[in-house]
Design a protein around this ligand. Structure first.
Ligand SMILES: NC(=O)C1=CN([C@@H]2O[C@H](COP(=O)(O)OP(=O)(O)OC[C@H]3O[C@@H](n4cnc5c(N)ncnc54)[C@H](OP(=O)(O)O)[C@@H]3O)[C@@H](O)[C@H]2O)C=CC1
Ligand SMILES: CCCCCCCCCCCCCCCC(=O)OCC(=O)COP(=O)(O)O
Length: 341
């Protein structure tokens, strides 16, 4: 084997032979280091920089979109609606807080006004009292809102009630009550405010639906039906109003820690009055409100805000419906056994 001069190292007075294999390894290592420092590191930092800039621009756009915007929130007196009120108020929006209980609304207005924000200009919210299940009062409320504020930028259809019961035992009046509150009320309010949005070629309509707007689980018939109808209506609306630059966002949360299960109606129309374990262990209303705020600010078309199991259940319903139906049937059997009915 021939050795070139490169393979020898001078050590004092003698020349030592150095293994070429090692030197090749060193050269390779050096090349890798060079590649890392000249290509990978700048690429990584460059991408991070672009991402940070993108997020900053997104945040600034969102801030500008929400600041001074007239935002109507239904069901503002508790749960998710109340937390949305806090989030949008903090973002500098002009709020119209809707509810059935004028005292609760007054308290919320006071609570929000007491929050001092030195960095942002906040506004005193305007309370409007009406019952969503009475469509006549809904139309009057829309007129009152437009008279007081001139226009609506963002409507958040949040109010709703849930249901517990078997289909066979549930009176049609209960199905109608749930549909009126969760479907007819919100669509009546939307229809009443829509012409003024179309005229301005500006507006954003949000529907707080549920995972149960995408899948139906046993003993929730009226609720799941009302949420499926909500999803369908607002998907149609999105397509129809795009030409007027009006945005539609459907938010589908999983379980949230609110009074929803306590306030749910049962088969005979009475209040369920139980804090379900699933509700108590759900996401906090403040967390979900932040997701709503970001979804609106980023003009998202729809968001699913749920844990892994509900999300998988939604995919399973679409990809493998037979398996999903079997699982739901066994769930119904199990729940019946637990309740002893
Ligand atoms: N909690 C959960 O696990 C989930 C909730 N959602 C949805 O979130 C939305 C908010 O519910 P959530 O905060 O959880 O529950 P809450 O029971 O805490 O809040 C419901 C709100 O809706 C109002 N409301 C009910 N009926 C009417 C009516 N007829 N007219 C006017 N307002 C009415 C209530 O007013 P009042 O104070 O007068 O009763 C209350 O402010 C609902 O649409 C619900 O379906 C979706 C997925 C999961
Ligand atoms: C490949 C594995 C797939 C695993 C899927 C298994 C299916 C398990 C069923 C899970 C059902 C999840 C239901 C979630 C329901 C939900 O989040 O509802 C939100 C609400 O609106 C709550 O209202 P409620 O009145 O029912 O408390």
């Amino acid at each position: 084997m021939d050795h070139t001069r490169k393979d020898f190292r001078h050590n004092g007075s003698i020349w030592e032979w150095e293994a070429p294999k090692d030197s090749r390894k060193t050269v390779q290592k050096g090349k890798l280091m060079d590649f890392t420092s000249t290509v990978i590191v700048p690429l990584l930092f460059g991408s991070l920089g672009i991402f940070a800039l993108f997020r900053l621009l997104q945040w600034m756009r969102m801030r500008a979109y929400l600041q001074e915007a007239v935002v109507v929130i239904t069901g503002a007196t508790s749960g998710l609606g109340k937390e949305c009120a806090k989030a949008f108020h903090a973002a500098g929006s002009k709020l119209v807080l809707c509810g059935r209980d004028s005292e609760k609304l007054k308290e919320l207005v006071q609570e929000l006004c007491a929050v001092k924000n030195h960095r942002k200009n906040t506004h005193e919210p305007h309370p409007v009292v009406f019952d969503l299940s009475d469509t006549k009062t809904v139309v009057n409320a829309a007129e009152e809102i437009l008279k007081a504020l001139g226009h609506v930028d963002i409507l958040i259809n949040n109010a709703g009630i849930s249901f517990r019961g078997t289909i066979v035992d549930t009176g049609l009046d209960v199905d109608k009550k749930v549909m009126e509150t969760n479907y007819f009320g919100p669509i009546a309010l939307t229809k009443a405010l829509l012409p003024s949005m179309i005229k301005r070629r500006q507006g954003h309509i949000v529907a707080i639906s549920s995972v149960q707007g995408k899948i139906s689980i046993p003993f929730r018939s009226a609720y799941a039906a009302s949420k499926h109808a909500t999803q369908a209506f607002f998907d149609c609306l999105r397509a129809e109003v795009e030409q007027y630059d009006i945005e539609v966002t459907v938010v589908s949360p999983g379980y949230i820690q609110t009074n929803l299960s306590l306030n749910a109606v049962t088969a005979d129309g009475s209040r369920y009055g139980v804090m379900d374990k699933t509700t108590a262990e759900g996401q906090t209303a403040a967390e979900v409100a932040q997701v709503v705020l970001n979804a609106v600010g980023q003009k998202k078309k729809e968001v699913l805000v749920a844990g892994l199991t509900p999300c998988l259940a939604v995919y399973l319903r679409n990809l493998c419906p037979r398996l999903f139906f079997t699982l739901m049937a066994s769930r119904a059997k199990k729940e019946r056994k637990v309740k002893g009915s």
